[in-house]
Design a binder for this molecule. Structure first.
Ligand code: GLN
Length: 500
């Protein structure tokens, strides 16, 4: 148990001091997966070569050819292409599909010597907030197995919070890294749009998607972001500039006085009220008070267009998703269903898409196709794009006054499995606080702010920064994490029932 409770930074230090080997660390996590994943179901596939990879890295370390996170295990959301493991994006239409290439983020992790443990469960094509839209069964929240682990990246968040992996990768189009992190008591970062390569991430909505880290500490997220981030010529939206070290930014947050003078804007439209659970709001306000006591300035800011964010997102996302998913046509790869008789290619395509896509995916394809159709394009898609511009302007106006913005990461704690899966609108409303950052391309972090008094479940606080200022999130996140852990007497997850 003890090796699996260590952070990636701690494991890296032990590996560096030759106190443990990567084989031991990897084996400990595989044992943990064997012990708990029957209940949690965070993983869809395990990497059969994990121990061989670990052993090769131990050799490289002995020869001085490996350092940093080399030898530390990582879990990978199944939306990311991996050469050696199936990549299904949670869909039947890609069952068993093994991509011919690695996503850039995966290639970079391998080059840094991280050891892939396997692929994690997710809502089909990353559509959802509970992982219940996966074609491969539910993932359970390690804090309470009858609750959702968030979504779409519930598998990555559950793996990290159940101590099955110290690090994981997720993707965030409207909150799929931050909301699962919030409801499982872990840390998740959605980087600036263009900060991390999308090459080899199976696209949901290309103008919103970003890959990012899911971890148990802010420093670990910075360490992983440093490995996966930076310019990639394979992604035409990748920002060409150099980035600072996010691990250094997190370490800066651990120093005395790190938040003195920091201006924290509280978005009044997203700070409570209808839909927000009282305990979530309470923990949010307490966290702000803690920052204020350290010399941060708390400023109320208004972002009036944020109230239209969900409406705009649920037009733009389906529009982009419907065209991105057109490639699953049974011809080139993936599932093929051939109806009886003398089917035409159209018959095969439609039978394949009928059998291969789940209800939520079909719903969004229909919505998106409708929103893009000739007579309605301006009324729906065009209007949504205008709202998107207004939201970006609200961010600009807010960041003229403050350094970071704060909101609760999600309006509620983890809800019971089955409680919203048949009510799409209730599911969409969960994304209230996370969607604005995707629509504007700005970075966001979620970290634990405590347990809600009403149900004892984790609550997350979100910070957002201007585009390219991801480093600020690591500094303020690490500072707050340290203040909160001093109050709790250690990490929130140290008291998780998953450890019992
Ligand atoms: N819950 C959002 C949705 O269903 C988030 C998706 C995501 O970030 N991948 O679209």
């Amino acid at each position: 148990m003890s090796l699996v409770t260590k952070s990636a930074a701690e494991l890296a230090a032990l590996l560096d001091a030759r106190e443990v080997s990567s084989v031991e660390v990897t084996q400990a996590h595989l044992d943990r997966i064997a012990a708990v994943d029957g209940d949690v179901h965070a993983f869809l596939h395990l990497n059969a070569d994990a121990l061989d990879t670990a052993s090769a890295i131990d050799k490289a370390r002995a020869e001085g050819a490996a350092s940093g996170l080399a030898g530390v295990p990582v879990a990978i959301k199944d939306v990311l292409c991996t050469l050696d493991m199936p990549s299904t994006s949670g869909s039947k239409i890609l069952e068993g599909w093994i991509p011919p290439y690695d996503a850039t983020v995966v290639a970079r992790m391998r080059a840094a010597g991280l050891v892939p443990l396997g692929k994690t469960n997710m809502d089909e094509f990353a559509m959802g907030s509970s992982t219940e839209h996966s074609a491969y069964g539910n993932t359970h929240n390690p804090w309470d197995l009858s609750r959702i682990p968030g979504g779409s990246g519930g598998g990555s968040a559950a793996a990290v919070s159940a101590f099955e992996a110290p690090l994981a990768l997720g993707s965030d189009t409207g909150g799929s890294i931050r909301q699962p992190a919030a409801v499982t008591g872990s840390v998740g970062v959605k980087p600036t749009y263009g900060g991390v390569s999308r090459y080899g991430a199976i696209a949901l909505a290309s103008s919103l998607d970003q890959v990012g880290p899911v971890t148990r500490t802010v420093l670990d997220a910075g360490l992983l972001h440093d490995v996966i981030g930076g310019h990639d010529p394979h992604d035409s939206t990748s920002i060409p500039d150099a980035w600072p070290s996010f691990a250094d930014a997190a370490r800066a947050g651990q120093r005395e006085g790190a938040v003195r003078g920091l201006r924290v804007g509280v978005v009044s439209e997203l700070a409570g009220g209808e839909g927000f659970q009282p305990g979530v709001v309470q923990r949010f306000q307490e966290a702000l008070a803690l920052l204020e006591a350290q010399g941060a300035e708390i400023v109320e800011v208004s972002a009036p267009s944020f109230q239209y964010a969900i409406a705009a997102y649920y037009l733009i996302l389906p529009a982009e998703a419907s065209s991105n998913l057109a490639k699953f046509d049974s011809v080139r790869f993936g599932l093929r269903v051939t109806p009886d008789g003398q089917p035409t290619v159209e018959d095969v395509m439609s039978a394949t898409r009928e059998a291969g896509f789940g209800d939520e995916v079909k719903r969004r394809i229909i919505l998106g196709t409708y929103a893009l159709s000739a007579g309605y394009y301006d009324a729906y898609y065009g209007s949504a794009q205008k709202v998107r511009t207004l939201i970006q302007r609200d961010f600009d106006a807010a960041f003229a006054k403050v350094d970071v913005l704060a909101t609760p990461s999600a309006p509620t704690t983890a809800f019971p499995l089955g409680s919203k899966v048949d009510d799409p609108l209730a599911m969409y409303l969960n994304d209230l606080t996370t969607i604005p950052a995707n629509l504007a391309g700005v970075p966001g972090i979620s970290l634990p702010s405590g347990l809600a008094p009403e149900d004892g479940l984790p609550v997350g606080i979100q910070f957002m920064a201007p585009a390219r200022e991801d480093a600020r999130l690591y500094t303020v996140g690490a500072a707050l994490e340290q203040l909160l852990e001093a109050q709790w007497g250690g990490p929130l997850l140290a008291n998780a029932p998953a450890l019992a």
